[in-house]
Design a binder for this molecule. Structure first.
Ligand code: ADP
Ligand code: G6P
Length: 484
């Protein structure tokens, strides 16, 4: 029977070695959480990096590593420390990530990391070819693997290949600055179907293909000598029912069964005279997420509207991410200092303005935070989609709660009932926060009703099915075109 091969740099689970045994932890990030739901429902295998380098385990542990992956229908790509340094920390996260998010001043181009990026994409291709049977469909994900579609196509010209980019595709004026722009685009064009979160990213990509490679574009099709490649937008959804059901279970739990975090929330924030409203922010600690701006805007809000001192609290969850990249280390220091300074400036004996966690939390605790917060404040400077915005709304069983969302996120295109802000405009953020904290319940319910209906309909399953259907018809069209 034919299967789907999902390929991404990071597998949905990460392995760690502890006392000669293998521990698994779920991966964080939109790609992993979204595709995990797809993987567990279908007939698929997932190829990617386990989080361990080859140097970290011996032959005996290697069997255990493979067994742990096999249990989850995963196959590991063997990567060395040097591979991770050049490919992951280097070209993927020091070149492509900042460039595609318009952080040109952070973008470094080094020949050596580019070479490692190419060789690691080849390593992925080798593992894919070993696992590929006739009739299988290949679905490649994200910026770490831009060269992979063409590497597979060269070995297996007939295979059906889809590619989805989970981050923005930048405008041509930004993309053209990268020295290896032709090779990156040619690598992507090995796919039959290329998917993006929004129409804008799709348009930017088509414009780059036309101007860098000079290919003919008809609507959203790219015509090569013997193939048609389709480009389209597929805004990624969430596993709506999973969040919904988890929130319902959470709401029904007796007090004694609550998680520690929930008990803390109740104790410190909800009971007695100290009823502060919670403003939630959740992200990986990444400069694209606008965390420092958010803190400064929150400080400005407390200065401008002092009546909210003691009445509102920012609960900020930042998940450690890419800590070996210098920009991320600097950002961590900046945030630590900002939180310390703002708390020092405003704190009272019974109230601290910011509650800051720097760690990954289990799913249950995410639900605690989503369901307990009156406002979600998400202010990315750039974000391909932002699934946290969708998860927050899905978890609001009583339909109350206000989402404040940056217009620079892909999600803002589909969530116009949220309060949409410019993350660089502190005045606007402060005024919107006040408006959100004072919004009448009927208005909250009206807005969330519309948002929930849309999120329920365009869930992650529908997203994956739409993509796969489109890949199938593209392949059929290509075959007709080739026969002509
Ligand atoms: P990105 O993909 O850039 O990290 P998204 O908002 O699209 O941003 O996706 C983040 C994903 O990671 C969400 O699905 C969210 O549930 C998950 N996540 C965020 N914070 C945590 C955390 N502390 N622990 C576990 N999962 C988290
Ligand atoms: C974003 C990217 C993913 C990546 C995730 C977590 O969602 O689009 O490709 O996996 O961030 O980042 P990490 O570097 O830890 O894999």
């Amino acid at each position: 029977m034919s299967k789907t091969i999902i390929i991404s740099n990071r597998l949905p689970l990460q392995l760690r070695i502890h006392d000669n045994t293998i521990e698994t932890i779920p991966s964080v990030g939109g790609l992993a959480t979204g595709m995990r739901s797809v993987h567990t429902q279908g007939d698929s295998i997932w190829i990617g990096w386990s989080g361990l380098t080859e140097e970290e385990f011996n032959l005996e542990l290697k069997t255990k590593v493979n067994e742990a992956l096999q249990k989850h229908q995963c196959v590991g790509v063997p990567l060395t420390e040097d591979d991770i340094e050049g490919f992951y920390y280097g070209f993927s996260n020091n070149t492509l990530w900042p460039l595609f998010h318009y952080f040109m001043e952070y973008t470094e181009f080094e020949k050596t990391t580019w070479e490692t990026y190419r060789s690691v994409n080849q390593k992925f291709a080798d593992v894919v070819i070993q696992n590929l049977d006739d009739g299988d469909t290949v679905w490649i994900h994200d910026y770490q693997l831009l060269l992979l579609p063409d590497l597979i196509r060269k070995k297996k010209p007939e295979v059906s290949i889809g590619f989805f980019l989970h981050i923005p595709f930048p405008s041509y004026e930004v993309f053209r600055t990268i020295p290896c722009r032709e090779e990156l685009l040619e690598g992507m064009l090995g796919a039959d179907l290329l998917g993006f979160h929004t129409y804008d990213y799709e348009r930017h990509f088509l414009s780059s293909v036309q101007r860098v490679l000079g290919h003919e574009i008809h609507f959203n099709n790219i015509h090569l000598d013997n193939r048609i490649i389709k480009v389209d937008s597929f805004p990624m959804g969430i596993d709506y029912n999973k969040f919904r059901e988890a929130a319902e279970v959470h709401n029904q739990k007796a007090k004694k069964d609550q998680t520690e975090i929930q008990q803390e929330i109740d104790k410190h924030l909800k009971e007695g005279s100290n009823k502060a409203k919670l403003i939630l922010s959740i992200d990986r600690l990444d400069y694209t997420k606008g965390i420092a701006n958010r803190l400064r805007a929150f400080e400005y809000f407390l200065d401008k509207y002092p009546q909210f001192k003691g009445k509102a609290r920012l609960v900020m969850l930042a998940v450690p991410s890419r800590a070996n990249v210098p920009q991320y280390q600097r950002l961590k220091n900046e945030i630590d200092q900002l939180v310390g300074r703002i708390n020092g400036k405003f704190a009272e004996v019974s109230w601290t303005p910011i509650w800051y966690f720097y760690r990954s939390l289990p799913f249950e605790n995410l639900i605690d935070l989503y369901t307990s917060s009156e406002v979600a404040l998400l202010t990315p400077i750039r974000d391909g989609m932002n699934l946290v915005a969708k998860e927050y709304i899905a978890s609001r069983v009583d339909k109350k709660g206000v989402l404040i969302l940056s217009e620079m996120t892909g999600a803002s295109n589909e969530m116009s009932e949220a309060l949409i802000i410019n993350p660089n405009n502190f005045e606007e953020i402060a005024d919107t926060l006040k408006f959100a904290l004072e919004m009448p319940e009927e208005e909250q319910i009206k807005r969330n009703n519309a948002l929930q209906k849309r999120l329920k309909r365009y869930n992650v399953e529908k997203w994956a099915n739409d993509f796969m259907e489109s890949l199938k018809t593209t392949k059929d069209d290509t075959q007709k075109y080739t026969l002509k």
